[in-house]
Structures are given as structure tokens and as C-alpha cells.
Design a protein around this ligand. Structure first.
Ligand code: DC
Length: 227
């Protein structure tokens, strides 16, 4: 079964997608981490964030591995280097939506994400999974939440990684990123027509996971386990 979970930053996607993957014994794929990894590499290598060709090559060629740490937490490696924390640093968070707006970057990562979904047993989490990457996914979910709640969640998530930023700053960052993500010309963030929408503002993680797991029981693998 392929489950596509889309939604804006801080809507609870990562936590919920991981929990759904665990509950249903599916592989979790954090596609945002891939855009972040390209951004990190571009910043480190001094590649212009306006250079579509150079960014596209980075996206196509980077050696990325999405796996789990010994503690069972998602781990991101680029060319063997653990970048799990580095890709969440403020500079990467500020720049990633510029990188994600490039056609060649999106094209390269889309192909790689489809490759990762080939096993047919995955939960992919992102912004364009149900609309572009896996339009034939068996189940599409679109998560939303109020901006205030999203900022507080992001703050807690970052604090766990030892990064401290005020909720107000995060709220501004989130709104800016939402605008970029939903107004870009290539694969903008939008709810797939056939997705179930869940507002997570007042729901616990458990409640959302229960709802998605229940929906998953109801759908067969119509997509044939492909994107
Ligand atoms: O989910 P996140 O905050 O880690 O995503 C980082 C950025 O990547 C964000 O600006 C949206 C973008 N992104 C995207 O455009 N398409 C995806 N499938 C996943 C993330």
C-alpha cells in the first residue's frame, strides 16, 4: 500500500507519517528531508540558489540514504555523513523553499521518490505526493492546523534537537514558507481532490493516526502499489 501524506509545515505530517508507517509496517519516506539535503549541499558548496541546472545536478547525483538510527529515529545520510541535524538548521529552513521551487530539482527528486516507493509499501510525506509524485496512491491524506499551533509544534521539535527559536519567529518563517510553497509555479502545495483532509489543531497524534489507519483498512491497493 502507498499512502501519501501532504500538508504545510507544522501540520503534524512528520510525526503522524512516522507513526502511521510504524502502525501499518510500511517504510517512511520524508521527502522534505531530500529538499533540505539538496539545500544543505548547495550552501556548503557555494552553489547559487538560482542556478536551476547546478541545483538539478545536485538533486540527481547526491548520494542520499533515508534510514533509521539505532534508536529507531529517522536518520538522513548524504555520502555516508549523518546530516539529520544539519538539514534542520535555521539557514537551511530559510532557504529550502527557494531550492524546492526549481523545476530540475523537483523533477530529479520526483524520480528518486518514485524509486523509493517501488516496494509498494510506503508512507511518503511531503507537499506534492498526492498531486504529482504518486497521484495513484492508495490513500491520500491532507493535514492542516492553525498557524499558532504549527509554530509551537515546530519549536518543540527543534528544541528536541537542541535548537532554540521563538514561536513568533517560527510563525513568521512558516507563513513565508507556506506562501512560497503554495504559490510556486511547479508542483505548488495544494490538497489533492481525492484526499481526506484532517485538521489536526485540536487532535492528538493518536487520534489522527487512528483515523488514517481506519481509512487504510477501507481502501484496497487500487494503485497496484505503484505511484
Ligand atoms: O517538510 P519540510 O518542512 O521538511 O519541507 C522542507 C521544504 O521542502 C519546504 O519548503 C517544502 C519543500 N517540500 C516540497 O516542496 N515538496 C515536498 N514533497 C517536500 C518538501
Amino acid at each position: 500500500m502507498i499512502i501519501a501524506i501532504d500538508g504545510p509545515a507544522g501540520s503534524g505530517k512528520s510525526t503522524i507519517a512516522q507513526a502511521v508507517a510504524e502502525r501499518l509496517a510500511l517504510t517512511y519516506v520524508d521527502t522534505g528531508a531530500m529538499y533540505r539535503a539538496v539545500t544543505l549541499l548547495a550552501l556548503e558548496k557555494g552553489v547559487s540558489l538560482e542556478d536551476d541546472d547546478a541545483l538539478g545536478s545536485l538533486a540527481l547525483e547526491m548520494e542520499i540514504d533515508l534510514s533509521e538510527s539505532a534508536q529507531g529515529l529517522p536518520q538522513v545520510r548524504v555520502a555516508g555523513r549523518d546530516v539529520t541535524k544539519a538539514i534542520r538548521e535555521p539557514l537551511v529552513s530559510q532557504k529550502v523553499s527557494y531550492v524546492a521551487a526549481h523545476r530540475k530539482v523537483r523533477e530529479a527528486l520526483k524520480l528518486r521518490q518514485r524509486g523509493m516507493a517501488e516496494t509498494g509499501d510506503v508512507v511518503l510525506e511531503g507537499r506534492d505526493i498526492g498531486t504529482v509524485v504518486c497521484p495513484r496512491a492508495d490513500l491520500k491524506v491532507f493535514l492542516t492546523a492553525s498557524v499558532g499551533v504549527r509554530a509551537v509544534r515546530r519549536k518543540r521539535q527543534l528544541e528536541e534537537q537542541g535548537i532554540c527559536i521563538s514561536a513568533k519567529t517560527l510563525e513568521r518563517e512558516i507563513l513565508l514558507r507556506d506562501t512560497h510553497d503554495s504559490t510556486r509555479s511547479v508542483a505548488p502545495l495544494r490538497k489533492p481532490r481525492d484526499a481526506i483532509e484532517i485538521d489536526t489543531t485540536e487532535l492528538s497524534i493518536e487520534e489522527v493516526v487512528d483515523r488514517i489507519a481506519a481509512e487504510a483498512v477501507g481502501v484496497g491497493s487500487d494503485g497496484g502499489g505503484s505511484c
